[in-house]
Design a protein around this ligand. Structure first.
Ligand SMILES: *Cc1c(COP(=O)(O)O)cnc(C)c1O
Length: 393
C-alpha cells in the first residue's frame, strides 16, 4: 500500500508496541481518526462560522462548548486551542516579556521554552534542578534573588515544567508557584507531558497559565494544543486587536493578535475534540498506567548493571534508563555494535527506542495494556539473557 508521491503507508502502532517517549500519548483514538477523514479539507470548521467570526464562537461542530469544557477541565477560566504547546509559550512570552527582561525556566526545560524567550528578547534564567533531578521551591527562591541582584528586577515570567521531558520527573509546581507569586511573577505550567495524561488542576497548582500539547498527550493530530489562563491573565494574553487600516479604516473586531485571529481550522481541532471524551476518562486511570510502567521498570532493574536515572518509584510513564553497565557491555563486542539492541527489540515487535542507543535512553509505556507491559518486561529480560547478561534479583 502506498499513499502516492513516494509516501509509504506508516505501519508502526499497527505492527508493534510503540514506546517512543514523544509518541505514546498522542496516538489517535478511533474517533479522532474518523474526525480526521471528515474534516481533512482546509478551513472545514468554518462551514458554520457566523458573526462575531472567531473560532471559539463556532457552535457547529460544538467548538465553543469545547473551549468552555477545556477550561473547566483544567480548572482555569479561559482556554484557547493552539498549534502546539510551543505556540502557547510564544503567546505568553510575547505578552509579558520585554527585551532584556529576565525569564525563569528550569535546567530541565524544553528547548521550545528557550526559543519563546529568545523571540521575545528575554534572557533565559534557569532554576537548577537538585541532586535528585527535581526543581524545588527553595531553588526557585534562590534563583529569583540571584536574578534580582543581577538584573535589578524580578523575572517577568516563569516557565515551570510539570513533568520534564528528560527524566519524566514530577516537579512541585504548586510550591514553586507560591514562591514566584511572592514576587508577582506569573507562572506558566508546562503540561506537555501531563495535560491529557494525568489529572491537572490549574488553580490548585497556582498556575496563571496551563499549556498542553494535543499531539504529545491528548490523542490529537499535530500541531495542536491548549493554552488556558486565569481570568486576570486572559485579559492580557487574549486581548483583542486594536489596529486600524490607514486607507480603509478597517478594524478587526474581536480577533486576538496573540492567536493570529483563528488557530486550528480542521483536522487538528476536530481530532482533538473527538478524542476529548476519551482523554477526560483516561486521566482518571493514570494509576493503571503507572502499574504498567512499574512492571517494565522492575524487569529492567532486574538486569544486572541497569539503573533508572529518573526518580524512583516512578510517578510518570516516561522513564530514563542507564544500561551502560548492561546492554552497552554487549554492544562493545557485538558484530552489530549498539544496533544489536534496537534490532532485537524490533524483531520482537517493540518500536520507539533510538536505534543504536545502549547507554542512556528513554521509553514511555503510556497507553499499553497490562499484557503488553508483561510482554515488554519479558522482551527486555530475554534480550539480556540471550546476550549473556545476568538477570534476577
Ligand atoms: C514536547 C514538549 C514540548 C513541545 O510541545 P509541542 O506541542 O510539540 O509544541 C514542550 N515542552 C515539553 C516539556 C515537551 O516535552
Amino acid at each position: 500500500m502506498r499513499c502516492g508521491a513516494g509516501i509509504d503507508a506508516r505501519m508502526v502502532d499497527e505492527l508493534a508496541i510503540n514506546i517512543d517517549p514523544i509518541q505514546a500519548g498522542g496516538r489517535l483514538t478511533a474517533d479522532a481518526m474518523k474526525a480526521v477523514i471528515a474534516y481533512g479539507d482546509g478551513y472545514s470548521v468554518c462551514d458554520n462560522c457566523r458573526k462575531p467570526n472567531r473560532l471559539d464562537y463556532i457552535t457547529k461542530p460544538p467548538i465553543a462548548q469545547f473551549h468552555k469544557d477545556l477550561a473547566s477541565w483544567l480548572n482555569m477560566d479561559t482556554a484557547r486551542v493552539i498549534p502546539g504547546a510551543r505556540r502557547g509559550f510564544q503567546a505568553v512570552a510575547h505578552t509579558y516579556v520585554k527585551p532584556g527582561n529576565p525569564v525563569l525556566l528550569t535546567s530541565l526545560s524544553h528547548y521550545t521554552e528557550f526559543l519563546a524567550i529568545e523571540e521575545a528578547g528575554g534572557v533565559a534564567c534557569e532554576i537548577p534542578a537538585d541532586g535528585h533531578l527535581i526543581v524545588t521551591a527553595d531553588a526557585t527562591a534562590a534563583k529569583i534573588e540571584e536574578v534580582k541582584k543581577d538584573f535589578g528586577r524580578a523575572p517577568a515570567l516563569a516557565f515551570i515544567d510539570h513533568v520534564d521531558y528528560q527524566y519524566g520527573n514530577v516537579h512541585d509546581v504548586q510550591a514553586i508557584a507560591k514562591v514566584a507569586h511572592q514576587y508577582d511573577i506569573p507562572v506558566l505550567c508546562n503540561g506537555a507531558y501531563t495535560v491529557g495524561i494525568m489529572p491537572v488542576d490549574g488553580k490548585n497548582l497556582g498556575a496563571d497559565f496551563v499549556v498542553g500539547s494535543g499531539h504529545k498527550s491528548m490523542a490529537a493530530p499535530a500541531p495542536s494544543g491548549v493554552l488556558a489562563a486565569t481570568a486576570e491573565q486572559a485579559k492580557d494574553v487574549f486581548r483583542t486587536t486594536a489596529i486600524t487600516g490607514d486607507v480603509t479604516g478597517r478594524k478587526f473586531g474581536i480577533k486576538e493578535p496573540e492567536m493570529m485571529g483563528c488557530t486550528l481550522m480542521g483536522v487538528t481541532l476536530v481530532g482533538m475534540m473527538a478524542s476529548f471524551p476519551h482523554v477526560k476518562e483516561r486521566v482518571k486511570h493514570f494509576d493503571r498506567e503507572l502499574a504498567n510502567t512499574r512492571i517494565v521498570v522492575d524487569a529492567l532493574l532486574s538486569i544486572q548493571g541497569t539503573n533508572v536515572l529518573s526518580e524512583y518509584p516512578r510517578k510518570h510513564t516516561l522513564t530514563r534508563i542507564d544500561t551502560t553497565a548492561s546492554f552497552d557491555t554487549v554492544a562493545q563486542s557485538h558484530k552489530k555494535r549498539g544496533f544489536f539492541f534496537s534490532g532485537a527489540l524490533s524483531e520482537k515487535g517493540v518500536f520507539g527506542i533510538i536505534p543504536g542507543a545502549t547507554r542512556v535512553w528513554k521509553f514511555n509505556t503510556y497507553g499499553i495494556s497490562k499484557v503488553q507491559a508483561q510482554y515488554l518486561a519479558q522482551v527486555f529480560a530475554d534480550i539480556a539473557r540471550e546476550n549473556g547478561l545476568k538477570t534476577g534479583s
